[in-house]
Design a protein around this ligand. Sequence first.
Ligand SMILES: *Cc1c(COP(=O)(O)O)cnc(C)c1O
Length: 356
Amino acid sequence: MKKHNFSAGPSILPREVIEKTAEAILDFNGSGLSILEVSHRSKGFEAVIAEARELFIELLNIPEGYSVLFLGSGASMQFAMVPFNLFEKKAAYLNTGVWASKAMKEAKGFGETIEVASSKDANYTFIPKDYAIPADADYFHITTNNTIYGTEILTDIDSPVPLVADMSSDIFSRPMDVSKYGLIYGGAQKNLAPAGLAFVIVKDELLGKVSRYIPTMLNYKTHIAEGSMFNTPPVLPIYSAMETLRWLKKNGGLVEMEKKNIAKAELLYNAIDNSKIFVGTAAKEDRSRMNVCFVMKPEYAALEADFQKFAQEAGMDGIKGHRSVGGFRASIYNAMPIESVQALVDCMNEFEKQNA
Ligand SMILES: *Cc1c(COP(=O)(O)O)cnc(C)c1O
């Protein structure tokens, strides 16, 4: 039976990327060696990381004056690296979920940290809009896509201070204006590559301004100076990232990707909105195109486990909601074809016909 992978992360990758990665594991570029056993300083791998960097710049239209880094250890390490490098006196955070508050918790260890707004009291079902960003903050931190709650900031907001964004789960899902950001980071395992890799896009002029000692490995300047090769980078995830970026480019880049993502999200949200038994959890105006969260209406709550089983048996994998929201979450990242979203919608409709 065909499996449809709705997992939140690690998550679906284009089939082609998985196949190309498998080929490189068996024989990297016809070298007779595996990508797993070559030096990260070999010519072959140098070309891979250079192409990945070039494709980041091309696809996201990254202006001059920014560096692109590939680092180990995921997005959570960036929660601390950001303040280490940018926090001098004060930082501001928008609290839109668990990831946002984990990022904010790290900043608090460095000094005065302002929570400009929070939707915690509403279990993060919406993105707060009415807030003021302190003009004397060193930076303002947002989480553009709240993977757990299915809310998303889809515009590149104007900030009077450097804007720092965790884009772990929506990078490359739409064209964006990188020049509005001071720093963008994320874990690769949602929309880019296998786990173990973080990407960072940083405006160079923001660095070197804090007075503290920054441990070598936590200093962005170290990695900029060495082209992400100060130490051994996560070679295999970088290889897969390069293949994903090639796939994105071949398929029309981010303009095309956004069209597909809008169509997929509309298909699924329409099914939820027209359902007798399911209901969405996120505020409509803040709905994520990447993670679609829904629950059973109260009168059908007893059917939750039944639908979970029904969907699993129909090949829908990974739709169980995060424990803090409950219900269901369908992650429909870039690599998810609309046919799989249609299969889920058909499955929901069939279950409704049998049970409502
Ligand atoms: C998954 C996720 C993280 C955590 O990523 P790790 O790479 O596991 O540290 C952080 N932020 C967001 C928005 C995420 O979706």
